[in-house]
Design a protein around this ligand. Structure first.
Ligand SMILES: *[C@@H]1O[C@H](CO)[C@@H](O)[C@H](O)[C@H]1NC(C)=O
Ligand SMILES: *[C@@H]1O[C@H](CO)[C@@H](O)[C@H](O)[C@H]1NC(C)=O
Ligand SMILES: *[C@@H]1O[C@H](CO)[C@@H](O)[C@H](O)[C@H]1NC(C)=O
Ligand SMILES: *[C@@H]1O[C@H](CO)[C@@H](O)[C@H](O)[C@H]1NC(C)=O
Ligand SMILES: *[C@@H]1O[C@H](CO)[C@@H](O)[C@H](O)[C@H]1NC(C)=O
Ligand SMILES: *[C@@H]1O[C@H](CO)[C@@H](O)[C@H](O)[C@H]1NC(C)=O
Ligand SMILES: *[C@@H]1O[C@H](CO)[C@@H](O)[C@H](O)[C@H]1NC(C)=O
Ligand SMILES: *[C@@H]1O[C@H](CO)[C@@H](O)[C@H](O)[C@H]1NC(C)=O
Ligand SMILES: *[C@@H]1O[C@H](CO)[C@@H](O)[C@H](O)[C@H]1NC(C)=O
Ligand SMILES: *[C@@H]1O[C@H](CO)[C@@H](O)[C@H](O)[C@H]1NC(C)=O
Length: 548
């Protein structure tokens, strides 16, 4: 009887589902909108960036004026209702959202946008704590948790097109090239996770414009290898068309077409809309959606709906009233809407005619390392943490402002005592990853503290760190630190299905069994040799930051 009721309910759900927003799929390098009655047509992103600007993060290396805080634009139903008619009037079919809080409820906004046939491209990173840092990159359990939590919160909605694993992480400066393997590892793991959920969502990256040489190298690096390791959708933040005096040639859009003519996955402008030449009239829309470009590019995201400012100028296209209840539409947004409405969409190539992607092998001339870090391994890190002799106190452990400097202190002490922070650090430029580099900063710190404490022959004062550390009663006192690390984390290149955080166990033996076998499902050790990262003492303090 229960079974029958269940079936009836399913039928009802399916009947409702027929009316829902058409799904967007990828075939080869193009997007298709699956029509309700069957069949499909090419889909072009007529998008707008939809994220209020957070507060500026004050830091010496924050050249791009990136925010340190964020406001989730999909958690406030009244604001979504305020904006929806404006977005519809501007013929917007996609919003790009940069950061959301996975613990909030997004049902009303997502349903409202879905009902209006508006899709979402969602970035997974959060400012500071939840993103892959361009200067000190890492792909570790704490960042992965943020990404997975966002996916878990958004998989239930039918209008998500893609998740981005990063935005403008690699830039012109070759010191940032070491971040690329972490991005590719993140894409690999997020793809595995989505596959395990039977999800069709795409995985993407949004690249900075600028240095043409490395731009294509990065795009190729991220989309090479195999279906399992390649991004599905490459975004280019392209601000080179400045004012109505610009053209297909003078903007360099012609180069964008030539450079990506043979690319293997979807491409779009993940941001566009230069503000350097006065109020925008969006003449570039005619080019981007015109026949010169549509064989290569699938539309773009105009920046930005909400007021946003950088040293380039002001980007916002509405003015929000002080009490937040109304949004005044600018002439720029009206102009954008007119351009989007005038677009003549092509269905060339049709989905049937579209070639599936092929995935080129890694190019040996790439400036990026083909050796990727492994999948962040919660159980392995937990196995290690509960076995360490000297651990950071719980209060300090949750405060990055304490953990960061303390890692510097611990690594400095190790350097003076014949040790190093090699095991907790990594170097994406040459593809060397410490065994513990995929663990949370807290675990890395405890590892360095334990190493120092052991080197000091377990002198109790060596496990104090200004009362930020204490001895761990559950530790495996008989085992050497390196044996412990090897048994918990057999390889820093091991890949598998990512698992979100599970409650840590206090007894090491309880968690040791599964971790040895691979707490990651189908634990796999890449064939790439583990390259030992030889750090000089002078680099040790720099590494201290890179382990975050
Ligand atoms: C998410 O929202 C909750 C509830 O308001 C808040 O406690 C938490 O700090 C937020 N998380 C982030 C990362 O902003
Ligand atoms: C641009 O990329 C090339 C190739 O990777 C590199 O040699 C060059 O230094 C980069 N230019 C700038 C300005 O960083
Ligand atoms: C590149 O980044 C490094 C480290 O942040 C910095 O010292 C250097 O000045 C940067 N170079 C350029 C050309 O911006
Ligand atoms: C990157 O370098 C190119 C060439 O040197 C330059 O034109 C561009 O403005 C730079 N972009 C950024 C974001 O620094
Ligand atoms: C298309 O390309 C041609 C040749 O480069 C150029 O003259 C024309 O302006 C372009 N059209 C658009 C709409 O960008
Ligand atoms: C909010 O502000 C607008 C215009 O500034 C005003 O018309 C409206 O009555 C205000 N609403 C509330 C609820 O205060
Ligand atoms: C769309 O097609 C119509 C009819 O062919 C044409 O008049 C119009 O100029 C086209 N719009 C654009 C933006 O190319
Ligand atoms: C913990 O370490 C931080 C940073 O080094 C330091 O400021 C603080 O005083 C330490 N805590 C205690 C209780 O000493
Ligand atoms: C590892 O775990 C898998 C799945 O739980 C199991 O089938 C396999 O026998 C285990 N292998 C070893 C060596 O313990
Ligand atoms: C492990 O990785 C290798 C190389 O990528 C692959 O050939 C092999 O099938 C993988 N093994 C498992 C069990 O996933």
């Amino acid at each position: 009887m229960l079974g029958v009721v269940f079936k009836l309910t399913l039928v009802n759900i399916l009947a409702v589902a027929v009316l829902s927003i058409p799904q967007i799929t990828r075939k080869g390098r193009w997007l298709y909108q699956e029509e309700v009655g069957g069949g499909s047509t090419r889909f072009f992103i007529k998008g707008i960036a939809y994220q209020p600007q957070g507060e500026l993060h004050e830091s010496d290396d924050n050249h791009f004026g990136e925010p340190g805080t964020f406001i989730d634009p999909l958690a406030d139903a009244e604001e979504c209702r305020r904006d929806l008619p404006i977005l519809r009037a501007a013929s917007i079919n996609t919003l790009r959202v940069y950061s959301v809080n996975s613990s909030l409820n997004h049902d009303e906004c997502m349903q409202a946008f879905s009902n209006a046939n508006i899709y979402i491209i969602l970035d997974l990173s959060l400012p500071i704590v939840g993103s892959i840092d361009r200067t000190f990159p890492s792909w570790s359990t704490n960042i992965m948790d943020v990404y997975l939590a966002t996916i878990d919160a958004f998989e239930k909605y039918d209008n998500v097109i893609a998740y981005n694993v990063g935005n403008e992480v690699v830039d012109n400066n070759s010191t940032t090239f070491g971040a690329a393997p972490f991005l590719k590892a993140a894409a690999r793991d997020i793809k595995a996770y989505l596959k395990s959920l039977d999800s069709q969502r795409l995985v993407g990256y949004a690249a900075i414009d600028g240095n043409l040489t490395v731009r294509k190298d990065l795009a190729d690096f991220l989309s090479c290898g195999s279906e399992e390791t390649a991004i599905d959708i490459y975004g280019l933040n392209e601000y080179t068309w400045c004012g109505s005096g610009s053209s297909f040639e003078s903007s360099g859009y012609n180069e964008d077409v030539a450079q990506f003519a043979d690319y293997n996955v979807v491409t779009y402008f993940s941001e566009f809309g230069c503000v350097k030449a006065g109020p925008r009239t969006w003449t570039e829309v005619g080019s981007l959606f015109g026949e010169n470009m549509t064989s290569v590019w699938s539309g773009g995201i105009a920046f930005s709906y909400f007021p946003a400012e950088s040293n380039e100028g002001k980007f916002g296209m509405v003015a929000i009233s002080t009490n937040g209840t109304s949004a005044e539409v600018s002439s720029e947004l009206r102009a954008l809407g007119e351009r989007y409405r005038a677009v003549n969409s092509t269905n060339n190539p049709s989905k049937d005619a579209a070639m599936a992607s092929n995935y080129p092998t890694f190019s040996s001339s790439s400036p990026f390392s083909s050796a990727l870090p492994g999948t962040p391994n919660h159980a392995g890190c937990n196995c290690l943490e509960v076995g360490l002799t000297c651990v950071v106190s719980p209060v300090a452990a949750n405060n990055l402002d304490i953990v960061g400097p303390l890692i510097g202190v611990a690594c400095g002490l190790l350097g003076e005592n014949g040790g190093s922070c090699t095991e907790i650090g990594s170097n994406g430029l040459d593809g060397s990853y410490g065994r513990v580099s995929g663990c949370a900063p807290r675990v890395k710190l405890s590892y360095a503290m334990s190493d120092y404490y052991e080197r000091q022959n377990r002198r109790s004062a060596a496990c104090d760190f200004n009362r930020n550390a204490s001895l761990n009663p559950h530790a495996s006192w008989a085992e050497s630190l390196s044996d412990l690390a090897v048994s918990c984390l057999p390889s820093p290149h091991a890949t598998g299905l990512p698992r979100a955080f599970a409650t840590p166990r206090t007894s090491r033996d309880a968690s040791r069994g599964p971790s040895v076998n691979g707490t990651l499902d189908s634990l796999n050790s890449s064939s790439l040799p583990y390259l030992v990262c030889m750090l000089s003492l002078s680099l040790t303090l720099v590494m201290a930051s890179s382990v975050l």
